[in-house]
Design a protein around this ligand. Structure first.
Ligand code: PEP
Ligand code: MN
Length: 483
């Protein structure tokens, strides 16, 4: 067989449709025991309505352009592995509230608009380093996320019907997010009512309450002068997941009309943030684009970003804003080749580089990655986002997967400093977090130690920050930008 070219310009000139990824080598692909069931599930998915609309997708891309240019900040967070069981009112609300509290702190500190994306309503597929794992002394197929198999030992066989279940759980979660926001959960007149749940640390509580009450005072003043009535009651919250399972993403990818009017004109969206999409005359394809309607934003994981492989092939054809995980195993040359393949027209905000090196490696690796991109034709075109979680995972001597809060804090702090020194802009954070009072990461101001981990360790995948640890990180960023 002829050697395939991996030059970005050659890849970009190849024809594309939502299925061209199937002719490429693929990593992390499951072996389905009954392929006919998979075909049936994919057919069913392809009949389902889109979960999100092109108007929303383009509005997010326009917001991300503002982030890339240094005028806004991106907060993205949620579970490592979302379970179908998390599709429940309390769990969804506590995550929304935490993201809102963090963004309030960030707006106050950075003086910039905050763009919010949940790792929610579809974060069901997990890459695994090994096809099997030992559970209670028994070797079992690895848990690959609720979209493929179950965590329970009796549910480890891959079941294509789970793809349909994933769609319905995404839809129900997204519906509740939309309902909660439309009903005023984000009403800025009530930030103290969002509660600080499990946060008992008086210093952190006081810090947050100071910000919240000063916002309330400002709002009272705005009300008195009748400024922009109705614009402070809601916010936008977009959804995202790793676009790992292409058998799921493909049937939800649709050729849809490009919005010809400014994106979602939600309260509070100023005209400058609206996408300027020019209607293109001519063929149907010119007026339409392929949108992956499973979420507003999808990303390529650290294990699946090979230039000539299936995931990059799929992602190069969709109009959504996309993320690429970047880590110690990313050669600098690959970074530019990926940008040229996935964003040949250099749309600002189209690509978010989600960097995750680990606290011990970030100082050696991040500066050259920044220079490669910012000294190229992609200057101020990408969103730089720090994921201080995935390079800092470790196992305790008793085999519990955890992360030290100090390592997470340190990678974020170093990233902020390095971007500043390089004349670049760290525009976002990507965190694994939950609104519940879990004890999965060590340290933080509660000083959780190894013995405390068993108190409330509920993650089925990576350890998440609890509410208090997450807020502390928001204060770190806020303090950095308010200096
Ligand atoms: C994740 O975000 O949960 C993940 C698996 O990350 P990465 O691809 O960076 O390892
Ligand atoms: Mn993870």
């Amino acid at each position: 067989m002829a050697q395939q070219s991996t030059l970005p310009e050659d890849i970009a000139s190849q024809p594309w449709d939502p299925s061209t990824w199937r002719s490429k080598p693929i990593k992390q692909s499951p072996a389905y025991p009954d392929p006919s069931k998979l075909t049936k599930a994919a057919a069913e998915l392809s009949r389902m309505p889109p979960l999100v609309h092109p108007n929303e997708i383009n509005a997010l891309k326009a917001h991300l352009r503002e982030v890339a240019q240094g005028n806004a900040f991106l907060l993205q967070g949620g579970d490592c592995a979302e379970l179908f069981d998390y599709c429940e009112q309390g769990a969804i609300e506590s995550k929304i509230k935490l993201l809102l509290q963090m963004s309030l702190v960030l707006i106050w500190g950075t003086n910039k608009r905050v763009v919010r994306i949940g790792r929610m309503a579809g974060q069901y597929a997990k890459p695994r380093s090994s096809p099997t794992e030992i559970v209670d002394g028994k070797e079992l197929p690895s848990f690959r996320g609720d979209i493929l198999n179950g965590y329970h030992v009796d549910e480890r066989e891959i079941d294509p019907n789970r793809l349909i279940k994933a769609y319905h759980h995404s839809a129900a979660t997204l519906n509740y997010i939309r309902t909660a926001l439309a009903s005023g959960i984000a009403d800025l007149h009530r930030p103290l009512d969002w509660g600080l749940g499990h946060v008992r640390d008086p210093a952190l509580k006081e810090k947050y309450q100071k910000i919240a009450s000063s916002i309330q005072q400002t709002l009272r003043f705005l009300q008195v002068i009748n400024a922009r009535p109705g614009e402070l009651e809601t916010v936008e919250l977009y959804t995202s997941h790793e676009g790992l399972l292409l058998e799921y993403e493909q049937p939800l990818t649709r050729l849809l009309e490009k919005p010809t009017h400014p994106g979602v004109s939600r309260p509070g969206t100023p005209p400058s943030l609206s996408p300027t999409i020019k209607p293109v005359a001519g063929s149907e394809v010119a007026r339409k684009e392929y949108y992956d309607t499973s979420a507003h934003f999808v990303w390529i994981g650290d294990r699946t970003r090979q230039l000539d492989h299936a995931h990059v092939e799929f992602f190069r054809g969709i109009a959504n804003p996309i993320g690429i995980k970047v880590g110690p195993s990313t050669p600098t040359e690959d970074l530019l080749a990926l940008l040229r393949t996935l964003n040949p027209s250099r749309e600002p905000g189209k690509i978010t580089l989600i960097t995750r090196y680990g606290a011990a490696k970030v100082a050696a690796l991040l500066p050259k990655h920044i220079r490669a991109v910012e000294d190229s034709e992609y200057r101020r075109c990408v969103v730089w986002q720090c994921d201080p979680m995935h390079g800092n995972t470790l196992s305790t001597p008793t085999g519990i997967k955890t992360r030290r809060f100090n390592d997470i804090y340190s990678e974020l702090e170093q990233s902020l400093r390095i971007h500043k020194e390089e004349g670049s802009y760290l525009g976002g954070v990507h965190l694994e977090l939950t609104g519940d009072a879990v004890t999965e990461c060590l340290g933080g101001s509660e000083g959780l130690d190894e013995d405390d981990l068993s108190t409330n360790y509920t993650s089925f995948c990576d350890p998440r920050l609890n509410e208090k640890q997450a807020l502390e990180l928001a204060f770190l960023v806020a303090d950095h930008y308010s200096r």
